[in-house]
Every structure is written in C-alpha cells, then in structure tokens.
Design a protein around this ligand. Structure first.
Ligand code: GLY
Length: 554
C-alpha cells in the first residue's frame, strides 16, 4: 500500500512538472533581422530558448552596436517550462572599484558635462559576456561555441549600414571620432558611412571566439582583459584587472504581482522597472479604465506615472547597497493611498508631492522576446546606455564600452541626460550597480501570455505599462506595438507624447485639468512582443514599426 502511495505521488509529481501548456510553435522577435534569424538557427540546431537568447544577444552586440554589446550589460528574464522556474539574470554593469560618489563633479561641486557620458571614465564594468556564459552553461543545451557562432560569423562577414545606423552614428559622431579604434570600425574616413557600407569587426570576432572557447574567463581574465584594462587606463579610465576578475552575475527573484487576473513578472532591482510598473498597475486597478473617456483615462494613468516615478527617484538603487521598501511599494494598500491622493478632475503638481529626499536610464538600448516550442521563454533588455555607449573602444578588443555610469545620480537632485533625478539610493559607490529602467516583462493569464519589452530610457517603464494595459484589454500584438505613446516621469512636470497620441478635444480636456503638455517631435521606443492567445491557439509576434526589427513564428 505504501509503495502504491509512493508511485501515485511520483506520478502526480511528474504530471505536475509537465502540466504547463505547450505553445503551437516558436516565436522570436528582436530589433534586427540577423539576430532573429540567429535565434531560429540555434533552435533548429537543437537549442532551447535560453541558447537562442545567447545567440540573439551576441548577434545584437555585433549588428546593433549603438544599442547593446559585450561592453555593456542587461537583464534576462527567464521562464523554464519544465518546472516553472523563473529568474532574472542580472548582468548589469558595476562601478569600478576606483569610482567614488563625486567623480563627475568639479572643484566647485558642479557636475562636469559629458564626463559620465563620453570616453572611458563613463564606462561601468561590463556584465553581458558573463551573463551569456552563465545562461548558456546553466540553462542552455548547446555549448557556448555553438550559440556564439552566428555572432562570430556576423562580426567577420559584416552587416550593412542602414538609415537608422546613420542616425545613431551621426548623433554620437564626436564621441566616436575621439576613439581611433571605434572610428576605424564604425566610421568611414571619420565620417558616417553610406547606407549599404558593410561594417566588419575582426577584433570583436576574436574577443567573441575567446568567450566561446574559454567561457567568462575568455573576457574577464587573460589577454582580452589585459588589453581592456591597459587601453582604458591609457585613455584616462580607472579600470583595474580586479574589476574584471571580480565581476559577478547575480540570479535574482523577479518582481511579481497581479493586475485584474493577470500575473505580472518583471525586472527586479537594480532595475526600477518591475517595482515602478507594479506600483502604477496597482494604482490603476482601482479605476474602470475601459469605461472612461480618453482624457480621463489618460489623466489617471499620468497621475499613476507621476507618483510611481517620484518613488523611483527616492527609493530605488542597487539592493546590495540600499534597503528598498519593495513590499510596501508593490502592495495594494500603498497603491490605495496613492490612488486616494489623485483628484479625478485636476492634475497634481509634481512639486506638491512630497519632495524626493535628497536616477538614470538609457536612450537607445535593445529588447528581444523568445518563446520556444517547449514553452521556455526569455524577455531580455540589454544596453550600452547612450547610442554607441561611451564611444570608446579599447584598441585590439573590438569592444565598445558602455556609458552606463550616467545611470547613477552624479549629484542628488541633478537630472541626468534623460532628465531623471536621483537621490542617495542611487549615488555612485565602488562595485555598485547603477539604477536601470530596463523592464523585460511577462504578462499572463490562463488565456494569454505576453513577452514584452522595449528600449527608451526613462520612458521604458511607461511604455511597458501602456503595453500591459493593452494586453489585458485583449488587443492584438501589432496594435500594441503600433499604439501612439505618452509618458510622465514626475519631473519635468509635463505629459510627453508622440504625434497622434491624442486628438484635439482630448488635449484641450487634459489642459483644462491642469496638465502641461509636451508634444514630441519624433517617435520613441522599439517594442518587441510575443503574444500567445491560448484559447485561440494563436501565436503571434510583432516588432515595433518605429524600428528595423524582425518578428517570426515557426
Ligand atoms: N541604460 C538603460 C537603463 O538601464 O535604463
């Protein structure tokens, strides 16, 4: 009898492990067609979503050098179908050991413009190579040499310059020209190359090969590391070999919560994404958004954004250095307090909220989403911060360094390049991770699963919020990525919005409520979304029409 019970228990256990529904295919969406194709190449070679994520990340590092790279970092949100295990791989950059809180201030205590954005002093210690080695080894099925093969090929064979590349290179021309190695690779005769010109990166191919052969040691120790440190120091940087040797990937428990029957899984600190997203969703859960006029709906969403971004500025930073009141900030009770402070007819002035007791983000960045046939998923947002990062490439490495140090608060209360302010929680300290807005997210109910994310600096979290609301409202993947966007980040106290986001009547109504309006010249964001409608057994993927990405389902 006892034996029979044990058999039953074992069968139930095995069944429960396999109970997760299986999708009708695999889907990959990323910001570049070569990266999406690389992901499928790896799935076809017998890899799972995690091997594909390694391949997609590495190809993006080659073909989208203005967005992410081996010299940068990111967050990879993983879901393993076999046992439902969920984890956020934190491959965020860290401040070098020689960094200190006032390193970007002059003798009068003023922030020196550009110092945390251009050149080697702006670069944190990269996390992406260590994260790829970690994901491949712990969660993948294939050796790193196989998953990195498409990226090595892309670095050797090259990729063609597009109008978007030109725009980014033009924007960062001065920083790229200041680094001879970067200028040789990314410019032609020190100018922005013409469309179709092929960018080849043999040095980067060699660095990728070292990573493929030796795992993380290939980047953080040995010849590559030596070169990275020597060249960075020669150009005025402060890196030491101990910075690279000591870099650690951290596995973190994602931030989770519920919104109207949907489970939300998102990025944990040092990203501000998950907590800020949940604060906003919890506040909005108390309103019947679908029944309101566009103006009133926008008003409540903006007021939720304003309050959540205020808290972001005050409380969020690297959890290894500061205590974050995460339970409070993501609780329904706290959201109720915030909701009660919203006047249904009138905009709150940001200056009337409790002042931030005296944060930062990325302008470009990249996101991709993957679902494999077993149901394993990855949402990953990666960055070098500003387009082409710091613009600095240590000679002989092919690695373009990030300027993620600007995501720290160089001086409490002084806005960074994205107008975000920060406080003590995000002050610079040796070995500390800078606060991020990157928000790779899963949104799921019994019927729908969305794997969602986008670049866009301080606007990342509000884009993911609007996308999440659209997912829960039953919209299609294409409609969600195409939707016109708006954003409020507490300070500056204005609603920023894309052309076409609101009609004239709505704008007039918002103004009447006291909202300041800031229409933007261009568009923003590059959302990549996988959407599985379980009831309809339909799997779709959509790439943002604002970018040059590719979505595919097989
Ligand atoms: N640098 C982009 C971000 O972490 O938000």
């Amino acid at each position: 009898m006892r034996q029979w019970n044990l058999v039953c228990f074992f069968l139930i256990f095995v069944f429960s492990l396999q109970a997760e529904e299986v999708p009708p295919g695999a889907a990959i969406v990323s910001a570049h067609p070569m990266a999406t194709r690389a992901g499928f190449e790896i799935l076809e070679a017998g890899g799972n979503a995690f091997d594909a994520a390694v391949a997609v990340s590495a190809v993006l590092a080659v073909v989208e050098p203005y967005s992410s790279g081996l010299g940068g970092g990111g967050f990879w949100l993983l879901h393993r179908a076999r046992d439902g295990h969920e984890v956020m791989i934190d491959g965020r950059e860290i401040a070098p050991l020689a960094a200190h809180r006032d390193m970007y201030l002059d003798s009068k205590g003023k922030v020196v413009p550009g110092l945390s954005v251009d050149g080697p002093l702006a670069a944190g210690i990269p996390g992406e190579p260590a994260a790829l080695a970690h994901i491949g080894k712990k969660y993948g099925r294939l050796p790193l040499s196989r998953s990195l093969a498409p990226a090595i090929r892309a670095a050797l064979e090259g990729f063609p310059v597009t109008p978007h590349y030109q725009k980014m290179a033009d924007f960062r021309l001065r920083a790229l020209r200041a680094s001879p190695a970067a200028a040789r690779v990314f410019l032609l005769d020190n100018k922005v190359p013409p469309v179709g010109h092929v960018i080849r990166q043999p040095d980067l191919a060699r660095t990728l090969e070292a990573l493929a052969r030796q795992g993380r040691k290939g980047f953080y120790q040995g010849a590559v590391a030596k070169r990275l440190v020597a060249q960075t120091r020669k150009a005025g940087g402060i890196w030491h070999s101990a910075d690279l040797a000591g870099y650690k990937v951290i596995e973190r428990k994602p931030v989770t919560g519920r919104y109207r029957g949907y489970r939300i899984t998102s990025a944990a600190p040092p990203s501000s994404g998950g907590i800020t997203l949940l604060t906003m969703l919890n506040v909005l859960e108390g309103f019947e958004l679908d029944r309101l006029s566009v103006a009133r709906r926008t008003h409540f969403i903006v007021e939720a954004m304003r309050r959540a971004y205020r808290d972001r500025a005050e409380y969020l930073g690297d959890p290894g250095f500061v205590t974050i009141p995460q339970t409070t900030l993501t609780s329904k009770a706290y959201a109720e307090q915030l909701r009660d402070s919203i006047d249904p007819d009138e905009a709150t002035r940001s200056e009337d909220l409790k002042p931030v007791a005296t944060s930062g983000s990325g302008f470009h960045t990249t996101h991709f989403s993957i679902l494999d046939k077993q149901g394993n998923r990855v949402a990953a947002t990666l960055s070098v911060n500003y387009p082409f990062g710091s613009g600095f490439m240590p000679e002989g490495t092919g690695v373009l360094l990030n300027d993620e140090m600007d995501d720290f608060s160089a001086k409490p209360g002084v806005p960074n390049v994205y107008g975000l302010i920060g406080a003590e929680a995000n002050a610079i300290a040796p070995g500390k991770r800078m606060l991020s807005s990157m928000s790779p997210t899963f949104v799921e109910s019994a019927n729908r699963l969305a794997i969602i994310g986008t670049p866009g600096g301080s606007r990342i979290i509000t884009m993911v919020l609007l996308g999440t609301l659209d997912v829960t409202a039953g919209q299609s993947a294409l409609d969600i990525v195409m939707a016109r966007r708006f954003h409020h980040q507490y300070l500056p106290d204005a609603i920023q919005f894309e052309k076409g986001a609101f009609d004239e009547d709505t704008l007039a109504e918002l103004q009447l409520m006291g909202h300041r309006l800031n229409p933007l010249d261009g568009t923003y964001g590059n959302m990549q979304l996988v959407l599985w409608d379980k009831n309809k057994k339909r799997l779709t993927a959509a790439t943002d029409p604002r970018g040059e990405g590719q979505a595919a389902v097989q």
